[in-house]
Design a protein around this ligand. Structure first.
Ligand SMILES: [Fe+2]
Ligand SMILES: [Fe+2]
Length: 219
């Protein structure tokens, strides 16, 4: 692997490995580094939920949290192999905003008294490999992969918003802001040159996401 250049800094392959490992550990076991934005749920009142509602919402938030773990992995894998420096720079802010989502979901999950998925390391590894593979395939494909991922996350957030009680303002505020951000991330990746993915790939992505959501709901 050749030496990479990001902005004015040069990273050796060993640096890349260490940076990737550090990022993975912080995503999976640490506290995400957020942007200047505040958690949209913070100013809102806590709500009374029936036990069955609390459990269901917490499991949905666990799925969203794992989705954001995958988003981190995807952007990291892509940043490692994306060829054009502009691509990495353009996607940087989106990746930072995914960290906000990760932190907000984690906080809400704690407030609802539930835990993160035990399978997160597995999903992180898979999404990282996918991000790196699409980066190797070429920037237009890796950006296209981001566009499709963000579209799928958007429709998936819509189904969660339909299921979360209207009086759970905190959970809803987080998902609403995430939806706004994901739509913007898709537009950024598209305008940076993201290609439309072939339908078998889109179908495989939907299938993988269905497996993820069904298992993470419980584990
Ligand atoms: Fe996100
Ligand atoms: Fe996103």
């Amino acid at each position: 692997m050749s030496i990479q250049t990001t902005n004015t800094r040069r990273y050796s392959p060993l640096d890349d490995v260490l940076i990737s490992a550090d990022h993975a550990l912080r995503t999976l076991f640490g506290r995400p580094q957020t942007t200047e934005r505040t958690n949209p749920a913070a100013p809102l009142p806590e709500t009374e939920l029936r036990e069955d509602q609390r459990k269901h919402v917490a499991r949905l938030m666990r799925i969203n949290h794992t989705g954001e773990v995958c988003a981190q992995a995807l952007y990291q894998g892509q940043a490692l192999t994306a060829k054009l420096p502009e691509t990495r720079q353009r996607m940087e802010r989106s990746a930072e905003e995914e960290n906000d989502h990760l932190a907000w979901c984690e906080t809400r999950l704690e407030e609802l008294g539930d835990r993160k998925s035990l399978l997160n390391p597995l999903w992180y590894a898979g999404a990282f490999a996918m991000g790196a593979a699409t980066g190797l395939a070429g920037d237009k494909w890796s950006l296209g992969f981001v566009v499709e991922t963000e579209h799928q996350v958007e429709s998936h957030l819509n189904t969660h918003l339909e299921q979360i009680p209207t009086h759970d303002e905190k959970s809803r505020a987080i998902l609403e802001q995430m939806k706004v951000d994901e739509i913007k991330h898709a537009q950024i990746a598209k305008s940076a040159g993201g290609a439309d993915l072939p339908s078998p790939i889109r179908f495989a992505m939907k299938l993988t996401s269905r497996i993820m959501t069904r298992t993470v709901y419980w584990v």
